[in-house]
Design a binder for this molecule. Structure first.
Ligand SMILES: *Cc1c(COP(=O)(O)O)cnc(C)c1O
Length: 453
């Protein structure tokens, strides 16, 4: 608003009209300019001369059951408001930095040839980072395709303004009508699902794009070399279905030891698609690379790549991790602090034993929020005031206890479970899993907060 160059009255009149027409229910305006133009705002509103005056009044403001958009120029320091809101909401939040996401997307784009399309995998709630919020940003950045695992995930995108083409990887007979209604394109991986889909298309006299999945070595879903003839037969006899793309998934693109195998997958894929193209009589998009593949096998990018974990800040191949920005930060707070004596025990099963007098903090995150129980008894460490503090005792369902003896932390202070430090890679190594699992395990009840400069 500071930089529009518009005349103040007409700018605020336009804001007033927008708020009304978009159905915004309530406005809190901060700054003297806003207050001066209060008469132009036609929805429920309150005004404050500056951020400090709002902060001191904030406790009395009721935000229950509301979605809050906080927006303002840097000088207003609205991050102070966000911090207070988060404490008000629930101790635990998952912050998603949309600028980091954009930066990671641009990094992968810079590795691609001009003209190679990008499909971004936003399955599983965009790897835990919020589905349509992420999808809308990707739409803004003009990626070419999105992919989700299930029809319902695609429907959620459509209902929140996403108009990009969307591929659904696990379609089922019962969701075909939804696919059609919401203009979602199924992945077809077997004869069973192909026949069912063909019947549906014919019965409803509609047409559709599909994406064919080939199994070249993953041994999960997909058609195989021997299926080519029957596949062509079925597809040639229908005019209502168009193959938009054909793809395969690499089983070991992230690890050098599998490079020969990966090359064999790529060879099989190229040969299959060449035959398919000739027999079908038309061309389609080809794609094989996941995030690790984009980095390690750029020569196999073909028409499109499928970006997943890399967007969320993890370089699966481990080669260029320092070129990516961490996207998600899982934060919680210290609910209570206790002084305990040497020899006392902490938590269920009395597994945490104080080897000396300790100051411990109970934090508002447990295994139901995605903080794996394998982080119990010192395995997990969280960041408090720049110090890594170990978990003491077993992780509980909604809480766990940490040793904060070496800090001067107070109740209500912020705790970082993962983010820049400790990183997702650190955490996954400690419990022998992969960053994908930790990221997608962040509980649904944990509020997502999206940041952008
Ligand atoms: C999830 C998925 C990807 C993305 O994999 P990343 O390792 O996250 O890049 C690509 N293709 C398919 C078929 C997938 O299911």
């Amino acid at each position: 608003m500071l930089e529009t160059g518009r005349d103040e009255r007409s700018l605020y009149a336009a804001i007033g009209d927008l708020l009304l027409s978009k159905g915004v229910k309530k406005l809190i305006g901060i700054g003297s300019t806003f207050s001066r133009n209060a008469d132009l705002i036609k929805i429920e509103s309150t005004f404050y001369p500056n951020t400090a005056s709002f902060l001191s009044d904030m406790q009395s403001t009721d935000f229950s059951e509301e979605i809050v958009l906080v927006k303002g120029a840097r000088v207003f320091k609205f991050e102070e408001i966000v911090k207070k809101l988060q404490q008000k909401v629930h101790g635990t939040v998952f912050e998603v930095n949309l600028d980091s996401l954009s930066s990671n997307l641009n990094f992968y784009r810079s590795r691609l040839d001009h003209g190679t399309r990008i499909m971004v995998m936003v399955k599983a709630f965009a790897y835990g980072s919020g589905s349509y919020e992420v999808a809308n940003l990707l739409q803004f950045h003009r990626v070419d395709y999105l992919a989700v695992a299930y029809a319902d995930e695609g429907v959620a995108l459509r209902e929140h303004g996403v108009s990009l083409p969307v591929m659904v990887m696990n379609p089922s007979f019962s969701t075909f009508d939804k696919l059609f209604q919401y203009n979602l394109e199924p992945e077809i991986y077997s004869f069973k699902i192909l026949r069912e889909y063909l019947d549906f298309i014919k019965a409803n006299d509609i047409s559709s794009k599909i994406h064919l999945k080939l199994d070249t070595g993953m041994r999960r879903l997909g058609f195989e070399e021997k299926d080519l003839k029957d596949l062509v037969e079925l597809l040639k006899n229908t005019t209502n279905i168009r193959v938009a793309s054909v793809f395969t998934h690499l089983a070991g693109a992230d690890e050098g030891v599998h490079d020969d195998f990966t090359q064999s997958q790529i060879r099989k894929f190229k040969s299959f698609t060449e035959h398919l193209k000739n027999d079908l009589g038309y061309d389609f998009l080809r794609h094989a690379l996941n995030s690790a593949g984009i980095i390690r096998f750029p020569e196999a990018q073909m028409d499109m790549v499928r970006l997943g974990i890399g967007l969320y800040g993890i370089e699966a191949g481990g080669l260029l991790q320092d070129q990516l920005q961490p996207v998600g930060t899982l934060k919680t707070i210290i609910s209570q602090i206790k002084e305990i004596k040497k020899g006392e025990t902490v938590g269920y099963g009395r597994k945490g034993v104080a080897e000396r007098d300790l100051r411990i903090g109970t934090i508002a995150i447990g295994y139901a929020d995605g903080y794996d129980r394998r982080f119990s008894n010192g395995k997990g460490k969280v960041l408090v005031q720049d110090k890594l503090c170990p978990v003491i005792g077993n992780v509980c369902m909604d809480m766990c206890m940490i040793d904060i003896t070496d800090t001067n932390a107070r109740e209500g202070d912020e705790v970082i479970v993962f983010g820049r430090k400790p990183s997702l890679n650190d955490l996954s190594q400690v419990i022998g899993t992969i960053p994908y699992e930790i990221l997608t395990s962040v509980g649904q009840r944990v509020k997502r907060v999206f940041y952008s400069e």
